[in-house]
Design a protein around this ligand. Structure first.
Ligand code: SAH
Ligand code: SF4
Ligand code: F3S
Length: 435
């Protein structure tokens, strides 16, 4: 049997696409491996969000070619593939195939063509790529099912490549979403689902909105946890919060990326909300769900960001007291509108400094929040066993906190819900014991 290895960068949407490609290839008789020497076919499922991420891919192809031999088949899929298409063959002459995000269903064809010694490239927009049979998504050894509900993005935030790499917004019929979750639940025993979209709140299919999707998914009784990612603050509303608050199984964890606390910068970013509107939504959320776990993304050093804009970002972070923040330095990306802004570019030195200030502050917030969790008992869904110690497990709380804990037993608990008492913590991690 011919063996393939998929390496995944980027976000959950890529993770999900990788599972689709693995499932399709297996159905054609290929076998998956994690071992570099064993693999005959390498599929690099790439992210184009920031320059660094996009660059890693060229290094990785180089290493595969140099260390593992010239006869390996190497293909690039995902956002870099969509973004650069045919040009990738110029940059990487020995590349075998390029497959865009809207062509994932063609993975077997791409691999077979490459095995016949021919190049393959398809980065066009196939509407059917969103609808592969739910049986084909490979969910083996997974405790959580990613299920996309809306693909693409129409927001065109000025810094972001996603509208170019994943195309226009397209919502899936509710019945298909429910069907896919039922297969994950019945065939693989999965108890947690994460509904995916670049902006789940703009879901719209035949008049059904995101709230309706949540209500339908909440009827699948075998599910214990329902999560979703990502909410765009401009569309996040009270109606939705009410649905979340009234459900036993929708996690009280919200990722609501603010990006900047300055109205001037938000406008330049094309985010379509103000800092005041954003902060009001946080207050509204907390009025219904006081202990909601809230996380966010921030970009520092966007073109035109002055010291006072950055201070407004820090002020917002101080007001909200997030449970987690993913923070990035602005990275100029091809095709995006921000490249044409006339605003001053922020120097690397200042950008580095701002990122450190933000991260240091957040470390302190998280340290305190984690300390408050010590001594308390949380329900944890077990995800994995430590490689070195078979009785040390890792899992997640409803609030998406990662917990490492001693269980006295191992493997058999993966995919199960257990109670864990938190015994110690740092700003990045929580440790506990099984109760
Ligand atoms: N759809 C999601 C974001 C997807 S990209 C949303 O709207 O929130 C994930 C995160 O990467 C973004 O929230 C942003 O903080 C960061 N990001 C995207 N493009 C970037 C760029 N050009 N430079 C730096 N960070 C970027
Ligand atoms: Fe990118 Fe904005 Fe769309 Fe998010 S909402 S994917 S940041 S364009
Ligand atoms: Fe995701 Fe990166 Fe593409 S964040 S949508 S894999 S650009």
């Amino acid at each position: 049997m011919r063996k393939f290895k998929i390496e995944t960068w980027g976000c959950q949407m890529n993770e999900y696409d990788s599972q689709k490609m693995a499932g399709i290839l297996k159905s054609y008789g290929f076998e998956e491996t994690q071992n570099d020497e064993e693999a005959e076919i390498f599929i690099l499922n790439t992210c184009s969000g920031r320059e660094k991420a996009a660059h890693k891919i060229f290094t990785r192809v180089g290493v595969i070619r140099k260390n593992l031999g010239k006869d390996k088949i190497v293909g690039i899929t995902g956002c870099v593939a969509s973004h650069e298409a045919e040009q990738l063959f110029k940059k990487i002459p020995k590349l075998n195939f390029v497959l865009g995000t809207r062509s994932v269903h063609l993975i077997a064809k791409a691999v077979k063509t490459a095995l016949e010694g021919k190049r393959f490239c398809d980065t066009s927009d196939h509407p059917e790529s969103i609808e592969i049979s739910p049986d084909l998504v490979d969910r083996q050894k997974k405790v959580k099912a990613y299920v996309s509900i809306i693909e693409g993005c129409d927001n065109f935030c000025t810094y972001c490549v996603v509208p170019y790499t994943r195309g226009r917004e397209r919502s899936r019929p509710v019945e298909d979403i429910v069907e896919e979750i039922k297969v994950a639940v019945n065939k693989y025993g999965i108890k947690e689902v994460e509904l995916l979209g670049q902006n789940v709140n703009s879901y719209n299919y035949n008049g059904k909105t995101f709230k309706d999707v949540l209500i339908e998914v909440d009827k699948i009784k075998e599910l214990k946890r329902i999560r979703f990612l990502t909410s765009h603050p401009k569309d996040f509303n009270e109606e939705l919060v009410k649905v979340i608050a009234s459900s036993e199984r929708i996690c009280k964890y919200i990722h609501l990326p603010m990006q900047s606390g300055s109205n001037k910068i938000l406008k330049l970013m094309g985010r379509k909300y103000t800092r005041e509107e954003y902060l009001e939504k946080i207050d509204m959320l907390r009025s219904y769900i006081p202990d909601a776990v809230i996380s966010s993304d921030f970009i520092v050093a966007f073109p035109g960001e002055e010291e006072e804009d950055f201070l407004l970002t820090m002020d917002a972070i101080q007001k909200v007291q997030y449970d987690n923040i993913f923070s990035f330095k602005y990275s100029p990306r091809p095709k995006t509108a921000a490249l044409r802004l006339k605003e001053n570019v922020v120097s690397k030195k200042i950008a580095d400094k701002r990122l450190i200030i933000l991260q240091k502050y957040q470390e302190k917030v998280q340290e305190i929040k984690h300390k408050n969790m010590e001594g308390k008992v949380y329900e944890v869904l077990v995800e994995s066993v430590s490689k070195r110690n078979k009785t040390r497990l890792t899992g997640r709380t409803e609030g998406n906190h990662v917990v490492n804990f001693e269980a006295g037993r191992g493997e058999d608990l993966i995919g199960k819900f257990v109670k864990v008492k938190i015994t110690s913590s740092t700003f990045t991690s929580l440790k506990g014991i099984l109760v």
